[in-house]
Design a protein around this ligand. Structure first.
Ligand code: ATP
Length: 237
């Protein structure tokens, strides 16, 4: 397993948001986490990127305990979260945004290779390199946010609702891109409200409710699960 989380508890002040979460992400997989608003999905990602410390529990990445490590140390290990809500740098060009994603290393042959990879994955960005980030469409900004995270050489890419606010055709594109990213060998932990598409894509999935995991299984198995269908896919029969 690339990532193992055991018994993770997180509290905001006196209120516990995660009540002992355990989950695993295998190398090269897409694992998705679905659940209603407030279930604790973002809190779990914040914990994995070092923005909040758990009250208890363990996080092991590639055989090494990383519980409570600060964000910069986690990024160096290869845990990278794409900025939430398309938080790219609006006044900077697409090219400059991508360069910032690679701030960890000096520009070398590997960085150049990675830059080519990112442009291959997101060809729409290739023609916009000199354009300011803020002038891109919503879908392009979301692609830039993911592309920037990929420049940081992630081994585990954390995505928090990348399809939110996008038109259906762009949602499909984003999910296709996430599949392409897996093909490049990057492991993905994907938090999504769009349960149907996320489950279709995922090798394995977890359903969260009110701070606990209530269901888990291969994506296609959860797509067929009666409770998942009625609660998250809106199918009653
Ligand atoms: P969403 O899809 O709306 O982002 P979520 O599943 O990501 O939902 P979280 O944002 O992780 O859920 O929230 C989990 C719980 O923790 C919720 O009850 C929420 O109100 C609470 N919470 C989240 N952030 C804070 C905070 N900064 N301070 C206090 N409580 C918080």
């Amino acid at each position: 397993m690339l990532l193992t989380i055991e018994g993770l508890r997180v509290a905001y002040g006196a209120i516990e948001a995660l009540h002992g979460i355990s989950l695993r992400v295998g190398e090269g997989q897409i694992v998705t986490l679905i659940g209603a608003n407030g279930a604790g999905k973002t809190t779990l990602l914040r914990c994995l990127s070092g923005l909040i410390r758990p009250a208890s529990g363990r996080v092991v990445f590639d055989g090494r305990e990383i519980t409570g490590m600060p964000p910069h140390a986690l990024v160096r290990l290869g845990i990278v979260q794409a900025p939430e809500g398309r938080r790219i740098f609006g006044p900077l060009t697409v090219w400059e945004n991508l360069l910032l994603g690679g701030y960890l290393y000096t520009w070398d042959a590997e960085a150049a290779r990675r830059f080519q990879l990112v442009l291959r994955l997101f060809p729409a960005l290739r023609v916009r390199l000199t354009q300011r980030g803020g002038t891109l469409s919503g879908g392009e900004q979301q692609m830039l946010a993911i592309a920037r995270a990929l420049m940081a050489r992630p081994r585990l890419l954390l995505l928090d609702e990348p399809s939110t606010g996008l038109a259906p055709v762009l949602v499909r594109q984003i999910f296709e891109h996430i599949g392409d990213i897996r093909r490049e060998g990057v492991t993905v932990l994907l938090v999504e409200q769009n349960a149907r598409q996320a489950l279709r894509l995922a090798d394995y999935a977890y359903v969260m409710e009110r701070g606990t995991i209530v269901l888990e299984g291969p994506g296609h198995a959860l797509l067929a699960d009666r409770a998942v269908r009625s609660t998250y896919l809106g199918i009653t029969s």
